[in-house]
Design a protein around this ligand. Structure first.
Ligand code: NAP
Length: 497
């Protein structure tokens, strides 16, 4: 299949850190269809040769073990081309049209890895230049808008020129192998389904914690914050994967229909829940791995009195028969104690404990997404230490134990990366792992009252020292329900000890 993949923003951070390494890996694995071209687009004064050299240097610097060998890059480089253009100038599109139309590839993928402010102009100009044809696919990077209205405005323009089946909205979390495993766990195994409901589950916790700060992206991040950057998209997509009903089949339409239904069941915010079920935080100076790190407000590009949240913790309820009354807790933040993303399903304790159970002893399933990809099933077993001790009234004492499935060990760590898989899907036209406009709009609709509340709330964020698990208020929120946050599984636990 011949394809042209146009990377708008082909010299940008996302392109050389994620997209070109993903494409190179697909090329190395032999999964990139042959007969393709990758066309970088930016305003830089480059030609094909200059662009190849630019990418060669970047891949050599950032790829580590995955960096191409010289001979590999030489072959990959033949796919790379460059078109210099200013996306805001209608006259510049003629050259792109010429490059694409001279070849007439079967599939043309337009990947918009540029500032979202350019999205509508690019769509309009592609259409005006005859480049929005039925064989065109358009890939839109997050953030798709800044709030509900801007998201609707972008989608309305995109819809004018492209059918929904041509639009690939990226949420790279959906491309992670660990998230694929989550779908496999739920819909490939019958074991958990009877337990996957309010009668057996006490609460579900979704954590996406980063130990990094805002790096060189302080100015960008300050206009975004944790709610827009992580909750509206990644965390809600994980919540959907946990809460959705089994789809009728594995088609994109069936999966997206069920995710949309789950989003529609999110209980709307009220004055009371806005005040009690959402905590925003911001990191102060602290220590990560023994190194002093500055406060968020001291980061380059961040205003000295910024109120932007670098941490968000939410208590969410899902109003349907399966989940009514089960709290889903979402927590995400920067400069936290460890880099780990996981989902913990806390099952209800035994209704009639006849054995001696440790405090808080109940079953849990830990779905580890990052840094490792695996599952832990926590059970209670006979306490070995008490085996030889006289039994008090003949009652057995239990201790926690767990089964541990490490997907990297089981299947090898060399698996398809998120961007590699998603780029291949976009080229092949597979929509399953991309977000439909109604899903995305529903997520914005739910988040919007909280965005409004936090921006109007004069109290500002709760502070937490870098290198901790976030502000105290987030723990108080769970303690009110009689629960506590779960964290530090597997390697992350060893790192903390
Ligand atoms: P970036 O480093 O600032 O790169 C922007 C790219 O767009 C550059 O190649 C730039 O090249 C090009 N560009 C900007 N204005 C242009 C114009 N008028 N005409 C033609 N090209 C233009 O930004 P980024 O970090 O790669 O982010 C790109 C998009 O991806 C943003 O929407 C961002 O939110 C999203 N995103 C980024 C990341 C990430 O990790 N970086 C992660 C998720 C999503 P010239 O300036 O030379 O033209």
């Amino acid at each position: 299949m011949s394809f042209d993949l146009v990377l708008f923003g082909g010299t940008g951070d996302l392109a050389w850190r994620k997209l070109l390494p993903g494409l190179f890996q697909a090329f190395r694995h032999g999964s990139l269809p042959s007969g393709g071209r990758i066309i970088g687009v930016a305003r830089d004064d480059l030609d094909d040769h200059g662009y190849r050299e630019f990418i060669r240097q970047r891949l050599a610097k950032t790829g580590g073990e995955k960096s191409p060998q010289a001979h590999e890059f030489e072959r990959f480089a033949t796919l790379l081309h460059f078109v210099r253009m200013d996306l805001s100038k209608p006259e510049d599109y003629a050259q792109l049209a010429q490059v694409l139309q001279s070849r007439g590839a079967e599939t043309v993928v337009m990947y918009l890895a540029t500032a979202p402010g350019l999205f509508t102009t690019v769509c309009e100009q592609l259409a005006a230049s005859g480049l929005a044809t039925p064989s065109t696919r358009i890939v839109l990077e997050k953030p798709l808008g800044h709030d509900l209205n801007s998201n609707r405005a972008i989608n309305a323009v995109v819809r004018r020129f492209f059918d929904e089946s041509q639009v690939f909205r990226i949420d790279h979390y959906l491309g992670k192998p660990s998230v694929q495993n989550l779908f496999a766990l739920r819909f490939g195994n019958a074991l958990f389904e009877p337990l996957w409901r309010r009668e057996h589950i006490a609460n579900i916790q979704i954590t996406i914690a980063e130990d990094l700060g805002v790096e060189q992206r302080g100015a960008f991040y300050d206009g975004t914050g944790a709610l827009r950057d992580m909750v509206q998209n990644h965390a809600l997509q994980l919540l959907c994967a946990m809460a959705m009903e089994p789809p009728i089949n594995a088609s994109a339409a069936a999966i997206r229909d069920e995710k949309l239904k789950a989003l529609r069941c999110l209980q709307p915010w009220t004055a009371q829940t806005l005040a009690q079920h959402a905590v925003c935080g911001q990191y102060t100076a602290g220590s990560i791995a023994g190194q002093h790190v500055p406060a968020y407000r001291e980061e380059a590009g961040v205003p000295a009195h910024s109120q932007t949240e670098t941490f968000a913790a939410l208590r969410v309820e899902i109003g349907n028969w399966r989940w009514a009354g089960v709290p889903f807790y979402i927590r995400t933040g920067k400069r936290m104690a460890a880099r780990e993303a996981n989902i913990v399903v806390n099952f209800r304790p035994s209704p009639h404990p006849i054995l001696r159970t440790p405090d808080g002893g109940s079953n849990k399933l830990v779905i580890k997404l990052q840094p490792q990809d695996g599952l832990e099933l926590h059970l209670l077993a006979e306490d070995k230490a008490s085996r030889n001790a006289p039994r008090e009234h003949g009652v057995q004492t239990l201790a926690p134990a767990h089964l541990d499935l490490d997907f990297d060990k089981r299947f090898g760590s060399e698996r398809v990366g998120a961007y590699e898989g998603l780029l291949l899907d976009a080229i092949a036209g597979r929509l399953n792992l991309f977000v439909r406009s109604d899903e995305q709009e529903e997520a914005w609709r739910w988040v919007q009252p909280l965005l409004d509340y936090w921006s109007a709330d004069g109290r500002g964020p709760h502070f937490y020292p870098a290198g901790t698990w976030g502000p105290e208020a987030a723990s108080v929120m769970l303690a009110r329900d009689g629960f506590a946050w779960e964290h530090s599984f597997g390697k992350a636990k060893e790192k903390l000890a």
